[in-house]
Structures are given as structure tokens and as C-alpha cells.
Design a protein around this ligand. Structure first.
Ligand code: SAH
Ligand code: TYD
Ligand code: ZN
Length: 408
């Protein structure tokens, strides 16, 4: 039994349900020859016995993850670019129709969502501490503040720009252990009838698909409808809508408002009933998950070892943050997967964290094609398989490990 852990939100007792052991920072790609002093932490996940929030037990200091060299660029996926363009268009027709509306985005990255808002001439501000990504957003015409969103920066923004009618965030709220400060910031910045909308990977999809690689340093919280509802209420807000999204392997868009300002939709009750019926945060669900994760690891390693013994070549596709957990937890080495290709310039020529598997440009993929490609970016399967259809046509096979190990 390890030390008793307390919930980062409500101080309740957190019951650990999986320990991935020593893991690196998932987006900390290394320069070849600079692998000494790599940072590791214990990646373990548990569920709060009081508020049901699923969370990591150890936190990585935020400046170690989000800084000038943070390599992730949302716009590398055409599918996600289209998704966020649609998100922006919808907001322009709904929340941003008043007189001089103002929208703030937390974690605006390369401006994937706000560039559409900017083109529409609507007042906006992106907040993101990763200056490389923020610079890309500025180049795309987005107004950005290179900073962490938290209570103090939110107060500054309110003083300079006035209240925000919409505060939006995607795949960032879950990255912020100090979420109490985010809610105090939202309280300081949000107009009385404004909404705070955020999209995040959904716990039910992660557990249901054994998508264990969604658990890594940046994903500090894994949200469910129940836990987000509890969290909103704890910080003086109300969850008023929830919508399932077919992105990143299954996500939910949560809409939060000041209490009594908006009528909660039926979707919330439907989600809550489903989570209850499925026993989503019951111990049995996490025990099943743990068993399934170990089976995926064993099946994947058995397959990779057999392919190697048979003289087959395997290349990784997509040096995702997720792959850090998949690779390092399963024990995949350069011997089994000699390199991974990725379209992100800032990752190419570097080494994947922990495993030190080299990252190369996608042009290396077909030069010549390997026998098998291990799809680390499985959440972009459709987009990538379409782009790389020649690989399949010439006899290549894709290996996937979500929801189980299979070859297509
Ligand atoms: N919204 C984009 C980017 C997600 S990546 C998308 O959905 O694709 C997460 C981003 O959050 C990174 O760019 C990181 O720099 C940023 N981030 C992390 N902590 C933050 C904070 N406290 N305030 C604002 N942005 C933050
Ligand atoms: P993603 O799955 O979006 O996120 P995370 O890093 O949080 O797990 O990352 C997708 C990665 O895959 C990113 O590094 C870019 C890369 N990629 C390609 O190389 N080619 C492609 O066609 C797409 C869509 C992504
Ligand atoms: Zn709690």
C-alpha cells in the first residue's frame, strides 16, 4: 500500500487503480546525444472516493511540460483543423452574436480555433504559455498572450479587455492540476451570462476502449460527466450541457455557466444515467481496465517479438504524446521499432522520450515501406490510412492496439 493520496479538487481519498511506473515527460523529445538527466516521474492514476474525479497521483511541474520548445501543433491534423473551424463557426452564430463580443481561449496552441474567429473580425485573446505554439498563432493573425491562464492572468485580462462572453478550451483543462485557480480566473473574467466551454477526452471512452495510452503527464484529470458536474458545483458554477464528440478517440464538450443562468439540457441526465448503469467509476470497472491493459501490453509485445523473429520490419507512425506511455510501459525498444515518423517539424530528428526511438519525417515511411506500421496516432487512423493508402495497397499492414491488438 502506497501513501494515502488526496484529491487535488476536494481533498477526498484517491484510490489508485493503475501504476505505469517510471515515465518520462510525454512531449519532451530529446536531441540525439543529450539523453542524460532525462526527467522521470511515477505515472499512477486513481479515482477520488468523494467526487469521483480520476486523476494522476504525481504532478509534473508545469514549466517542464509547457515552454518554448513544446512541440505539439494542433494543426498537424487536417481533421482536427476542420473540427475547430466548425467549433469557431458555431460559436460565431451562437455565443458571439452580441454587441462587440469577446472570446478567450485557454490553450490556444497554434491558433487552430481562433484563426477563424480572427478572420471574422471578432474580439478574441488566446492564452498559451508555449511560446513556439503561440508564435505560430500570432503568425496566423491571432492575438495571443504567452502565459499560463490562472487566476492572476485572468484578472489582468479582465482589467485590460473587459468581460469575456465565452471562455473556450480544448484538451487543456485536463492538463491543469491547479484547476481551482482556473475556476477563480473564469469567475473573474466571465460575463454574467457567459459560458465556459471545454472539450476533453472522455473517461468512458478511455476505460471502454482500454485506451491506456491516454494516461500521461499532461492528462492530469480524466473527466466524466459526474466528476465535472461535481467540480463545477464545488467552484460555484453549473454544468448546463454536455455533447459527445468523435475526436481523439472519444471526447465530451462541457458547457458551464453561472448557477441559474442557463437551463441544463436533458443530455446531462442521459449521460449521468449511462455512467451510473455502466458503473463507470466503480472499483470493478477499474479492475477490468487494469486486467485489459496488461493483456494489451502482453499481446503487443508478443506480436512485435514474433515479427522481429520472422524478419519483418515495423515502423511507428505518429510520435504522439500518448505513445510515450504505450512505448515505455510496454517496453518497446529501437530494436523492435527502429524509428517512428511524424509530420511535426519540431519532433523530427529528435528521440522519443524514455525509449529514445528516433523520429523521422513521413517521407522516411515509404523509403522503402516497412512490412508493418504501428499506429501510435490511432485517433487519426482514418486520416492517416487515407493519406498512406499506397502503403496498404503495396501489401503493408497496420498494427493497432486500441481497443485490443489487431492487424488491418
Ligand atoms: N487547444 C489545442 C491545444 C491542446 S495542447 C487543441 O485542442 O489541439 C494543450 C495546450 O495547453 C498547449 O499548447 C499548452 O501550452 C497549453 N497550456 C497548458 N497549460 C496552460 C494554462 N494554464 N493556460 C493556458 N494554456 C495552457
Ligand atoms: P495527437 O494524437 O493529436 O496528440 P497527442 O500527442 O496528444 O497524443 O498527435 C498526433 C501526432 O501524429 C502529431 O505528432 C502529428 C502526427 N501526425 C502525423 O504524423 N501525420 C498525420 O497525418 C497526422 C494526422 C498526425
Ligand atoms: Zn475529489
Amino acid at each position: 500500500m502506497t501513501d494515502m493520496h488526496r484529491c487535488r479538487i476536494c481533498r477526498g481519498v484517491v484510490a489508485e487503480f493503475f501504476d505505469f511506473g517510471r515515465q518520462p515527460i510525454s512531449d519532451a523529445f530529446l536531441e540525439p546525444g543529450q539523453v542524460e538527466n532525462e526527467f522521470f516521474f511515477r505515472l499512477a492514476v486513481g479515482v477520488c472516493q468523494s467526487c469521483t474525479m480520476v486523476q494522476l497521483l504525481e504532478e509534473v511541474p508545469r514549466d517542464r511540460m509547457f515552454h518554448h520548445g513544446y512541440p505539439y501543433r494542433s494543426s498537424e491534423s487536417t481533421f482536427m483543423s476542420k473540427h475547430f473551424e466548425q467549433v469557431a463557426r458555431r460559436f460565431l452564430e451562437t455565443e458571439l452574436t452580441g454587441d462587440d463580443p469577446f472570446v478567450v481561449e485557454i490553450g490556444s496552441n497554434d491558433g487552430v480555433m481562433l484563426r477563424t474567429v480572427s478572420e471574422a473580425g471578432v474580439r478574441h485573446l488566446g492564452v498559451d504559455p508555449s511560446s513556439g505554439a503561440a508564435g505560430a498563432a500570432a503568425t496566423a493573425g491571432v492575438r495571443v498572450r504567452t502565459d499560463f491562464f490562472e487566476e492572476s492572468s485572468a484578472i489582468d485580462i479582465r482589467a485590460a479587455d473587459g468581460p469575456a462572453h465565452l471562455i473556450f478550451s480544448a484538451n487543456t483543462t485536463s492538463h491543469i492540476p491547479y484547476i481551482d485557480s482556473i475556476f477563480r480566473g473564469v469567475d473573474a473574467l466571465l460575463a454574467d451570462d457567459g459560458v465556459f466551454v471545454f472539450e476533453e477526452r472522455y473517461l468512458a471512452d478511455i476505460i471502454g476502449q482500454t485506451a491506456f495510452d491516454q494516461i500521461y503527464d499532461e492528462h492530469f484529470y480524466l473527466f466524466s460527466i459526474r466528476s465535472v458536474q461535481n467540480m463545477a458545483e464545488r467552484f460555484g458554477f453549473q454544468l448546463v450541457d454536455a455533447e459527445h464528440l468523435p475526436v481523439h478517440g472519444g471526447a465530451v464538450r462541457y458547457t458551464i455557466a453561472r448557477p441559474g443562468r442557463r437551463k441544463p439540457t436533458r443530455a446531462i441526465d442521459d449521460f449521468l444515467a449511462r455512467e451510473e448503469a455502466d458503473g463507470l467509476t466503480e472499483p470493478a470497472a477499474f479492475e477490468r481496465f487494469a486486467t485489459d491493459v496488461r493483456k494489451v501490453r502482453d499481446d503487443l509485445m508478443a506480436l512485435l517479438r514474433k515479427l522481429r523473429a520472422d524478419g519483418r520490419t515495423v515502423v511507428g507512425y505518429g510520435a504522439t504524446a500518448k505513445s510515450a506511455t504505450a512505448v515505455n510501459y510496454c517496453g518497446i525498444t529501437e530494436e523492435l521499432v527502429p524509428f517512428a515518423c511524424d509530420s511535426t517539424p519540431a519532433k523530427q530528428g529528435k528521440l522519443m522520450p524514455g525509449s529514445h526511438i528516433p523520429v523521422r519525417a513521413p517521407s522516411a515511411f515509404g523509403n522503402p515501406y516497412p512490412d508493418y506500421a504501428l499506429l501510435f496516432a490511432w485517433n487519426h487512423a482514418e486520416e492517416i490510412m487515407l493519406k498512406e493508402r499506397e502503403f496498404r495497397d503495396s501489401g503493408g499492414r497496420w498494427i493497432l492496439y486500441v481497443p485490443n491488438v489487431h492487424v488491418v
